[in-house]
Design a protein around this ligand. Structure first.
Ligand code: HEC
Length: 159
């Protein structure tokens, strides 16, 4: 009689122990999920800040020079990449930024301005303002490709 009472108590103790462990595990999993969600939205906000920086503007222009641009719906069609060498692309990007008074850490070289005038200006104009509807304006406060990317990020943040 005493023996079976003892076994029953032991069993109850064991079950409640397992129950508590299970609960703690569940809670910490929930917390982890919340943390990764928070981290994700933090990361998204950080990248939103980054794509609005001059640093990103420069890397975007370099990317367009190297890989071209498509999907912005201009009558001029798509822009092919590779007009300039990979070494020259950053300098030309700095020159493009200077057209709207934006500063690059390193100043653009004379070669870059000459390259722009002889190659890029054919479509985007000497002043970078393009031709409305045909070639994009490179001096607008936010370039279209960057605006597109920002809109995508905002959608992700809302989700
Ligand atoms: C033959 C005409 C042509 C030449 C030359 C040209 N581009 Fe373009 N560029 C375009 C067109 C058209 C687009 C838009 C294409 C699209 O995405 O639909 C464009 C897009 C761009 C964009 C993206 C604009 C935005 O608002 O996001 C940048 C930056 C750019 N060009 C820089 C340059 C630079 C720098 C050069 C010189 C190395 C250059 N382009 C030479 C026609 C040209």
């Amino acid at each position: 009689m005493i023996k079976s009472g003892f076994v029953a108590i032991l069993l109850i103790a064991l079950f409640s122990y397992l129950f508590v462990i299970q609960k703690i595990k569940k809670e910490s999993k929930h917390q982890n999920q919340n943390q990764t969600k928070e981290q994700k939205s933090k990361d998204l906000k950080l990248s939103l800040e980054y794509i609005n920086s001059t640093e990103y503007l420069k890397s975007y222009i370099i990317d367009v020079i190297n890989s071209g641009s498509r999907g912005l719906n201009f009558k001029g069609g798509i822009m092919e990449g590779g007009f300039a060498s990979k070494e020259d692309a950053p300098k030309i990007a700095c020159y493009v930024m200077s057209l709207s008074g934006r500063e690059c850490k390193e100043p653009y070289s004379k070669d870059a301005s000459m390259f722009y005038s002889s190659i890029c200006a054919g479509c985007h104009g000497m002043d970078g303002k393009g031709i409305h509807g045909t070639y994009p304006d490179l001096t607008r406060p936010k370039l279209l490709g960057i605006k597109k990317k920002e809109e995508e990020l905002l959608k992700q943040i809302k989700r």
